[in-house]
Ligand binder design. Structure first.
Ligand code: F6R
Length: 239
């Protein structure tokens, strides 16, 4: 793991976006694994700025998002699909035909197989962006007794429901989600994990300094050959 600590979110976003845009310039049809939530937003803003400045085109890029809620229509304002349309896809030239997304309303087994086959057909993920949950989750792989492999349907933990409920103002937050598994994430060529704020400090410490255990799913990144961890000072406070 390479760990870098920054003063501001904007610097983290710039660093991550520079790596991603560099990859896209070198390999215009590269495959990006994308995350939702607050952590990648400065990165997406920088990617949009690079696109608007004419310094990068995403038209041939293929993307796969990490997760999607179950029991929520895809076009609901709180779906992760809507999040990505609003915060990245609609503001760049990403071709929606090249966007891969888990369907939280499809049968689990078929959906898992479909997603695994789609990622494989695309040649695998070149760069995977990740956030981390306060409980050490990556994607929606919550702490448990074993590491998962391909996409699966997860019951969200109380910690995740508490953290994400703030976004749901009209309906109760879904209790289940479809998520890429730990195996799918670990097969990415490069991983960039972004964590900011004091609420992530313990999870960040467990990820980097703790034992590798599915009770802190992010700790598995210690075993990845090319994992870059971008932190602000608050998230790095316990290191
Ligand atoms: C989102 C995802 C989650 C988040 C994590 C942190 O697609 O997979 O693992 O990355 O819950 O969320 P934020 O960035 O909102 O603190």
């Amino acid at each position: 793991m390479e760990i870098r600590v920054f003063r501001t979110d904007a610097e983290i976003g710039k660093t991550a976006a520079d790596i991603i845009c560099g990859c896209v310039r070198e390999k215009p049809s590269c495959v990006l694994g994308l995350a939702t939530g607050a952590s990648p937003l400065p990165t997406y803003r920088e990617m949009i700025a690079e696109y608007e400045a004419g310094r990068v085109s995403f038209k041939d890029v293929r993307t796969f998002n990490l997760d999607e809620y179950c029991d929520l229509p895809r076009d609901h304002k709180n779906s992760y699909y809507s999040f990505m349309v609003e915060n990245l896809f609609s503001k760049t030239d990403i071709d929606m035909a090249n966007v891969g997304f888990l369907d939280g309303n499809a049968p689990e087994k078929e959906e898992s197989e479909r997603y695994a086959a789609a990622i494989k057909a695309a040649g695998g993920i070149d760069i995977q962006i990740l956030g981390i949950g306060r409980n050490g989750h990556i994607a929606f792989n919550e702490p448990s007794d074993e590491f998962t492999d391909e996409a699966w349907k997860v019951k969200l933990s109380d910690s995740t429901i508490e953290a994400n409920s703030i976004y749901f103002d009209d309906i109760p937050m879904p209790r289940y989600a479809m998520t890429m598994g730990i195996g799918s994430i670990m097969r990415a060529g490069k991983i960039i994990l972004i964590a900011t704020g004091a609420s992530k400090a313990q999870a960040v410490k467990d990820m980097i300094k703790g034992e590798v255990t599915p009770h802190c799913p992010a700790s598995v990144l210690q075993r990845h050959a090319d994992a870059l961890i971008l932190l602000d000072e608050a998230a790095a406070a316990l290191l």
